[in-house]
Design a protein around this ligand. Structure first.
Ligand SMILES: NC(=O)C1=CN([C@@H]2O[C@H](COP(=O)(O)OP(=O)(O)OC[C@H]3O[C@@H](n4cnc5c(N)ncnc54)[C@H](OP(=O)(O)O)[C@@H]3O)[C@@H](O)[C@H]2O)C=CC1
Ligand SMILES: O=C(CO)[C@H](O)[C@H](O)COP(=O)(O)O
Length: 467
């Protein structure tokens, strides 16, 4: 009997995706270019429909045609190398799916190269981490719709299900699926940094204990802030180090890693004139965190403000922080969805924003209660310029700006760094400023470089002799 699908790459994600497929009734061939991971996976199995192969040719030949091959390997050169090793064994019509965090431009190049050889290529964003891969991730497939339809029965089956609806929809052509995953990760960076800043305020300004902050996050997770990242933050804060008994969070070195997707999100936004300031600040926050030794040295030289107010009313301020975090999250998701909208228009992708919000509700790292409202906002106004002005969010933000303003001002006056909360407030204020100071920038540009400017009162383009 032929296998119905093959998975290559049996690391954290690939092994669980393969198990997920097998648990949904697929006959799965598995292959890893080094033997160990295959043996480890097979050793863990009870009775599963997973069939290991140690030669790529045997792996390919074990698959029913058209062959469906799912790659879950490290992004970058390894993907090209795996495709290269597969090609001699494939036939026209076979389908390769890349489920890793590949750059969407690499996906477009691979799509074109493989199309010329008659191989169908799908770039598939997957979110959900290790557990999501096993129990149901959010899945963002891009490529030819006709190729997607051939694998849709499997992908929709292994995806997270919310209210009976699979968190997997066709996203768009070529690299669109990986683009959507990339920006998803940009939003993820911003969301994580906003939560870290709220935590800092609770810890350093309200002087709360770690377990008290865990209680607050747990409470927040029952209301409109309900989201996976808030939920896991409460669990992280409860975790004790087994040796010292101290909160584990206090023992973790404050140097953040990153694998590139947040950086690509910012670069794509910058290249295409898309305001993604909160996402970019969250990336820079990781970069500054990495300068640990310099920061420790600078702390001895650069003092912060003196006589800082410490007697804040706890209950009152906890609610301000809740408002600030909610507003920061809405601003960050708005930037991400604006990046979808503007890029979709640029590339004529027709990204289904309403449904992207729906597939983010289950399985994925940025799943959040308010994605329902985001989806409804696009359903009501498919051409909505920005989520900030959707009636629901506009009313909320007008109300919650008090919390964000208080927290940002208090934090800044106390010398706490708030890259994403302050950037969220600046984004809100600059987006709602009908008359900005860019007239002065235009005048300066014209003064020193004769770059010309437009006038408010007259049509046309002008240059002034400023002397
Ligand atoms: N971990 C996560 O939360 C998520 C990860 N992703 C993405 O999924 C992909 C896989 O991630 P993850 O499973 O975490 O990573 P792992 O490091 O656990 O696994 C990487 C896999 O790629 C294989 N590999 C590496 N280099 C090569 C190569 N040159 N040729 C063939 N195979 C190779 C590895 O094999 P070996 O170990 O034998 O070298 C291993 O099977 C990445 O693109 C990642 O960004 C996406 C969503 C979430
Ligand atoms: O895609 C993911 C989650 O959605 C991966 O966990 C990714 O590695 C997260 O990015 P980074 O490692 O840069 O923090």
């Amino acid at each position: 009997m032929f296998n119905t699908i093959g998975v290559i790459g049996l690391g954290v994600m690939g092994s669980n995706i393969a198990l997920n497929m097998a648990s949904k009734g697929e006959q799965v061939a598995v292959y890893n270019y080094t033997r160990d991971l295959t043996d480890q996976l097979i050793a863990k199995l009870d009775r599963q429909s997973l069939n290991p192969y140690y030669e790529i040719q045997e792996f390919v030949q074990s698959l029913e045609t058209p062959r469906k091959i799912f790659l879950m390997v490290t992004a970058g050169k390894p993907i090209d190398s795996v495709i290269h090793s597969l090609l001699p064994h494939l036939e026209a019509g076979d389908i390769i799916m890349d489920g890793g965090n590949s750059h969407y431009e690499d996906t477009e190049r691979r799509y074109d190269e493989l199309k010329a050889k008659g191989i169908q290529y799908l770039g598939i964003g997957i979110s959900g981490g290790e557990v999501g891969a096993l129990k149901g991730p959010s899945i963002m497939p891009g490529g030819d719709k006709e190729a997607y339809e051939k694998v849709a029965p499997i992908l929709t089956k292994i995806a997270a299900q919310v209210e009976g609806v699979p968190c997997c929809i066709y996203i768009g052509p070529k690299g669109a699926g990986h683009f959507v995953k990339m920006v998803h990760n940009g939003i993820e960076y911003a969301d994580m940094q906003l939560i870290a800043e709220a935590y800092t305020f609770l810890r350093e300004k309200l002087l709360l204990e770690v377990h008290e902050i865990a209680d607050i996050f747990e409470t927040w997770n029952k209301g409109e802030l309900k989201s996976y990242l808030i939920e896991i933050t409460a669990e992280i804060l409860r975790k004790k180090d087994e040796v010292t008994g101290l909160p584990l969070i206090d023992l973790i070195l404050d140097k953040a890693g990153q694998k590139g997707t947040g950086k690509w999100t910012s670069m794509q936004a910058i290249d295409n004139g898309i305001p993604a300031s909160i996402i970019t600040e969250s990336l820079f926050a990781r970069y500054i965190s990495a300068l640990k030794e310099e920061r420790v040295n600078a702390e001895k030289i650069l003092t912060g403000p003196k006589n800082v107010e410490q007697n804040l009313d706890k209950n009152e301020w906890i609610d301000y922080i809740r408002q600030a975090l909610y507003m920061g999250k809405v601003c960050a998701y708005s930037q991400g969805f604006t990046q979808y909208k503007m890029t979709s228009e640029l590339f004529s992708w027709d990204l289904p924003l309403e449904n992207i919000a729906l597939i983010f509700r289950g399985g994925c790292i940025i799943r959040a209660e308010f994605l329902n409202v985001i989806s409804e906002s696009y359903q009501a106004q498919p051409n909505l310029a920005n989520l900030l002005i959707s009636p629901y969010f506009a009313e909320k933000l007008i109300d919650y700006q008090i919390g964000l303003r208080k927290v940002v001002c208090e934090g800044i006056n106390s010398g706490i760094s708030f890259p994403c909360l302050s950037s969220s407030l600046t984004y809100y204020d600059s987006y709602r400023t009908g008359n900005s100071n860019a007239n002065l920038l235009q005048a300066q540009r014209d003064y020193f470089g004769a770059h010309t400017y437009q006038r408010r009162d007259l049509a046309g383009v002008y240059h002034t002799n400023w002397k």
